[in-house]
Design a protein around this ligand. Structure first.
Ligand code: 3PY
Ligand code: MG
Length: 262
């Protein structure tokens, strides 16, 4: 189920192309399916800021696999429980918030990968292992192909960026511009020169290390700016925000029509 999605995703990144997807807070798998049918590459199912619990997430993952969009879970913390459960229900990737030190990055890899790369808790009766229907060797090998995304989003992470980048097993380093802006004293100002300068520096260091850079964008301008800078994992807005924008635009169009027709 995930193998093909992960292979295609990794190939795109290896070819220097960008991948694109939203954060999603929905508890309704239908929205995840719709994002897949729209051709998006990945969905970041958000357990850090979203209300969905692990049971809803399991169905969100089924929907993602059904419509060909890579399911990544943003876990709530760098803990064995949060990371292990997300992978056990079948996430093809985990996105770890607030990775600020090399030790944080090491913990993320340790909890996300089986031996010899890490020490992920083992149970082969979970959805990811097809409830034991998958051959054990196949499961242990294929499970280690999952994508690990480390979010760097504060001053401490900036200070420790080289140490974080030297940890083996991180596929994507993702800059969280909102938390970063707060940490730099300009909360919410994600296009503030101070924030853009630090983001630019991190992107250069990440690329130099041969790691994929990612970030969050919530405007076309931001998306274009960071794609031009070589950011390949582009998250754009949030399901609720996308829905809100659409509703607002339609309402504005309706009000204009009303004033002409009515
Ligand atoms: C941030 O901007 O802080 C994120 O975590 C991504 O939205
Ligand atoms: Mg954040």
């Amino acid at each position: 189920m995930n193998d093909l999605l992960i292979r295609e995703f990794r190939e795109r990144l290896r070819d220097g192309k960008a991948v694109f997807g939203p954060f999603m807070k929905t508890c309704d798998p239908g929205f995840v399916e719709a994002a897949g049918y729209a051709g998006m590459d990945f969905a970041i199912l958000d357990m850090e800021h979203g209300p969905a619990g692990i049971q809803s997430m399991q169905n969100n993952i089924r929907a993602a696999q059904n419509s060909g969009i890579l399911p990544v879970i943003r876990v709530q913390s760098i803990t064995e429980d949060a990371i292990g459960k997300a992978l056990d229900i079948g996430a093809a990737g985990v996105e770890i918030p607030k990775v600020s030190t090399a030790q944080d990055a090491e913990k993320a890899v340790k909890y996300a990968r089986f031996s010899p790369l890490g020490e992920r808790g083992v149970c082969r009766f979970v959805r990811a292992a097809h409830y034991s229907a998958l051959d054990k060797d196949v499961y242990f090998q294929s499970a280690n192909h999952i994508i690990v995304v480390a979010q760097v989003e504060g001053r401490e992470a900036i200070e420790n960026i080289d140490e974080i980048l030297s940890v083996e097993g991180i596929d994507i380093v993702f800059i969280g511009p909102y938390d970063l802006s707060q940490s730099l004293g300009v909360p919410g100002q994600v296009t503030h020169p101070l924030v853009e300068k630090e983001m630019g520096r991190i992107v250069e260091r990440v690329k130099k290390k041969g790691i994929v850079a990612g970030t969050f964008t919530d405007s076309r301008e931001m998306m274009e700016k960071w794609m031009k800078a070589g950011v390949q994992y582009i998250s754009y807005s949030v399901d609720m925000g996308i829905f809100y924008d659409s509703c607002r635009q339609l309402t504005e169009q309706f009000r204009q029509m009303e004033s002409v027709c009515g």
